[in-house]
Design a protein around this ligand. Structure first.
Ligand code: NAD
Length: 410
């Protein structure tokens, strides 16, 4: 039996990601398309019944960003799937292989194996462009990058490329680009909605309405006005600034923290004060909204200690990335009431498992990852058009170019 298991292990290791990762390197750095018909692979969430008869719903796999006809008319191949995490993906493949072993005789062994791969895996080897989204993230690991020998461009249809191993992409000479600004409005509007929903204590009132109840006190005892509150954004890039603009008419005191200070004229226009020291800013805030990318510096930035420094009864909205927060610290602070309400659409990991504590913490306004994927917030065609023509993208769209990560990711 030990010999059978040894044989099995050899087959596994021959099939496994390490063998693939050790394949000879030879990909050269590139920033633009090498020409010719390309294989484009897109990974999007399934639209199902909601896709039927709704051609404007282009973010789903069925409508595939609405670019199939355009791509195919130019001689490119476009493969689209929602199947990104088959049981045999990435670094975990060995534990997930399905085996059946049959003893043919005492001296010879026939080994049958079933290798169940995600649809994405089947197309990685010869794909030139991989389009992914943060909403249904295909995790582009180092081992996947090593297998994708023809890959030139990793294009994020949205903002936030933390589902890509950026260091591995840089080392492999891949370009990683986003459709910068494509959903700024969608996310800022959603954040404003979540701030209001939590400050006004809307959700229990809605639940009462649906459940046939009527208990004004059950809502009113913790409902407040937004006017007069101190609201801060941590990160004041495209979304953070637009949120400040949208908040201005509400008569709040507006603060922001960022690694870079906004130009004085714009600061004045936004009516927001810069706070260089995050920890000095947080105790002043009634509402804090996260608006920075997930990077090595922001991962786990809001841990137990930092949350403890925030004002008791603070409301937090995080549509940036779940892993910026310490998951359990948030759940614990919601349980004690130190955080009076937590809302957002980003989790770690995604999709969030059924037992993710943020599903069950009190006063949460959580949803699946939806804020940046409205019907109005899309746009990939222009980036691909430039890629086919061998043109550069707008500078702000690059996350990895010529082996280097964009400033805020370094
Ligand atoms: P942006 O690049 O315009 O702005 C990011 C800002 O964060 C910049 O001003 C940058 O200086 C600041 N920043 C970066 N690292 C920082 C640090 N360590 N400390 C303080 N500030 C830091 O990006 P954006 O378009 O405003 O998007 C922000 C993030 O929102 C994205 O990276 C993405 O993770 C998230 N997002 C989520 C959705 C969604 O659907 N939930 C959609 C779009 C974007």
């Amino acid at each position: 039996m030990a010999a059978i298991m040894r044989a099995a292990r050899q087959v596994v290791s021959a099939l496994g990601p390490h063998a693939l990762r050790d394949a000879p390197a030879g990909r050269s750095l590139h920033t633009a398309s090498t020409g010719g018909g390309k294989k484009i692979v897109g990974v999007f969430y399934k639209g199902g019944e909601y896709a039927d008869g709704n051609p404007d719903f282009v973010g789903c796999a069925e409508h595939a960003l609405g670019i199939r006809g355009w791509l195919e008319s130019q001689g490119h191949q476009y493969v689209v799937t929602d199947d990104k995490d088959g049981p045999n993906c990435g670094e975990h493949s060995i534990t997930n292989l399905t085996f059946s072993l049959y003893m043919a005789s005492a001296t010879s062994v026939t080994l049958h194996y079933t290798r169940v791969a995600a649809e994405l895996e089947k197309h990685l080897a010869d794909a030139h462009v991989l389009i992914t989204t943060p909403f249904h993230p295909a995790y582009v690991t180092a081992s996947r990058i090593a297998r994708a020998r023809n890959l030139e461009l990793l294009l994020t249809a949205g903002i936030g490329s933390d589902h890509v191993d950026l260091a591995a992409a840089a080392a492999a000479g891949l370009t990683v680009a986003e459709v910068t600004g494509s959903n700024t409005v969608s996310v800022a509007e959603d954040q404003l909605m979540r701030v209001l929903v939590l400050v006004r204590n809307f959700l229990p009132g809605h639940r009462q309405a649906v459940a046939g109840e009527w208990d004004v006190a059950g809502v009113a005892h913790r409902a407040r006005d937004l006017e007069g509150k101190t609201v801060a954004t941590v990160g004041a890039g495209r979304i953070g600034r637009l949120l400040l603009r949208r908040l201005k008419p509400f008569g709040c005191r507006l603060l922001y923290h960022d690694r870079l200070r906004i130009q004085p004229e714009m600061e004045e226009e936004l009516g927001a004060e810069f706070e260089a020291d995050l920890d000095a800013m947080l105790p002043k805030c009634d509402v804090v909204v996260m608006n920075m990318p997930l990077t090595d510096k922001t991962r786990g930035m809001f841990d137990k200690d930092r949350i403890a420094r925030m004002k008791k009864g603070v409301i937090i909205v995080n549509n940036a990335r779940g892993a910026i927060m310490d998951t359990q610290a948030v759940a614990d602070a919601c349980a004690t009431g130190h955080i009076a309400g937590y809302g957002g659409d980003v989790w770690h990991p995604q999709p969030a498992p059924k037992d993710h504590p943020w599903r069950y913490m009190p006063n949460n306004a959580m949803t699946p990852h939806i804020s940046g994927t409205t019907i109005d917030g899309q746009g990939v065609k222009d980036t691909l058009e430039r890629y086919f023509k061998g043109q550069d993208f707008p500078a702000q769209n690059y996350i990895v170019k010529e082996g280097k990560l964009a400033g805020q990711y370094q």
